[in-house]
Design a protein around this ligand. Structure first.
Ligand code: SF4
Length: 425
């Protein structure tokens, strides 16, 4: 470990974690396809689901399709549900047609849904069968995007976890290397890749942009999570002997510095060299954040549980923008992955794990926060009651990690406040 200059002292971990169970209002894991299909450029996501599933992805992705989309839905219809048609035969036919029409596909994900699970369609066997018949040109994997009991970011976790057993093995004698885990916008990935190169840390990213370029994994792999919702992926990586570097997430100037520093410490980067590499980015981030500080300082923020990004976002808003946290809801709290984030929250912060929609709505209405971060379904009713809202899903679609996106992250939270001021004027 290097003797780096300490960052501002963390608050005592006086966070109060409560748990709630009850009615939920979340999107399912199919939503992840909307950002994943742009990330792995020669992959295709074939949802095996109903018309509802098709509508969900179409409407979630509707505004973002600029080119031929790399996802589709194989619709399970009444004949399939009644057991009249052979679903496996139909699936093989659909996949065959798809690969014929789109020869650029190198990796095909069969994405399970509630209907495919109800009829117990075994997509892992289908993926094995299709992988054999399409080898060596196309690899077929499967994961589930279904779920009433899941959160929409779990789709990415399930997708990346399905990739891990396929990663090439890193030779036992290989030098230690860093793996950054979690889908990042290309622009963010490029910035981090440059910083790691300047620090002299050999770094690769999961997922890679192309199916054939996925990083190797082995006991010399140190991995750094770029997203806080990758429980299953982390477990699979550890089964392949990779070791996690504990860090907060790269949101804001402070989060980004602490995240990079975790890697620098693990790879023995000289403290002065680290400071010299990160200083320009830190400066740009702080300058960008200063523009929004006045608007966010002292604002009372309420997080509904939705994306699992809530704890790192709350940390960013409270420590870097001086916002006040009324309540931080999160659908699921991975205590180990979020331990550093929890330590940075101000003492007395209430973190609510799970969801009981009516109770949370009551608390939110009573608290009348300046800003409510919530799912799409809750935003309209709350806006109608005069509350300013931010859709949490937007924080997944927008590049927000790293120094050069810190200002954009702050601006995303300012936007609803500015809009309401205009409406009031
Ligand atoms: Fe709805 Fe399930 Fe399809 Fe998601 S997977 S759209 S929850 S039916």
């Amino acid at each position: 470990m290097n003797a780096h200059a300490p960052l501002p002292a963390a608050a005592d971990c006086g966070v109060e974690v409560r748990q709630e169970r009850g009615q939920r209002a979340v999107f399912c894991g199919l939503t992840g396809i909307v950002w994943l299909h742009r990330k792995i450029q020669d992959a295709f996501f074939l949802v095996v689901g109903s018309r509802t599933c098709a509508h969900l992805i179409q409407s979630a992705a509707g505004v973002m399709i600029f080119a031929e989309p790399r996802f589709a839905t194989a619709i399970i219809d009444e004949r399939d549900l009644a057991g009249i048609a052979d679903m496996n035969e139909e699936l093989d036919r659909i996949v065959g047609r798809l690969i014929e029409r789109r020869p650029g596909i190198k990796l095909l994900f069969l994405v399970g849904s509630c209907p495919s699970e109800v009829i117990k369609l075994d997509l892992s066997r289908a993926a094995l069968r299709l992988s054999k018949s399409l080898a060596p040109d196309v690899r077929v994997l499967n994961y589930s995007g279904s779920g009433i009991e899941t959160t929409f970011t779990q789709g990415e976790d399930a997708c990346l976890a399905s990739l891990v057993p396929e990663l090439p093995p890193a030779p036992a004698e290989a030098e230690a290397a860093l793996m950054v885990v979690g889908a990042l916008a290309d622009v963010v990935e490029d910035q981090f890749a440059r910083i790691f190169a300047e620090l002299g840390i050999p770094a690769r990213f999961l997922p890679a942009r192309r199916a054939g370029e996925m990083p190797p994994v082995g006991r010399n792999t140190r991995y750094l999570l770029a997203q806080p919702f990758l429980t299953d992926t982390a477990r699979s990586l550890e089964e392949r002997s990779a070791k996690r570097l504990s860090a907060p997430f790269p949101l804001g100037a402070e989060g980004t510095t602490r995240w990079l520093r975790a890697a620098a410490d693990a790879f023995g980067v000289d403290a002065q060299h680290f400071e010299a590499v990160v200083a320009p980015g830190q400066k740009r981030a702080r300058r960008a954040l200063a523009q929004y500080q006045e608007r966010l300082s002292g604002k009372r923020v309420f997080f509904f549980p939705d994306s699992q990004l809530e704890v790192p976002l709350a940390r960013f808003l409270s420590r870097e923008m001086e916002a006040e946290l009324v309540e931080v809801g999160t659908p699921y709290l991975h205590r180990a992955h979020l331990s550093e984030e929890l330590e940075l929250l101000p003492s007395g912060t209430i973190v609510n794990e799970g969801q009981s929609l009516d109770d949370q709505m009551d608390r939110c209405r009573k608290a009348r926060p300046d800003l409510t971060v919530c799912g799409l379904g809750l935003a309209n009713p709350l806006e109608a009651e005069g509350l300013s809202t931010k859709w949490s899903i937007e924080l997944l679609f927008t590049p927000i990690q790293g120094y050069d996106q810190a200002g954009d992250l702050a601006e995303l939270f300012c936007r609803p406040l500015v809009r309401r001021t205009r409406l009031e004027v």
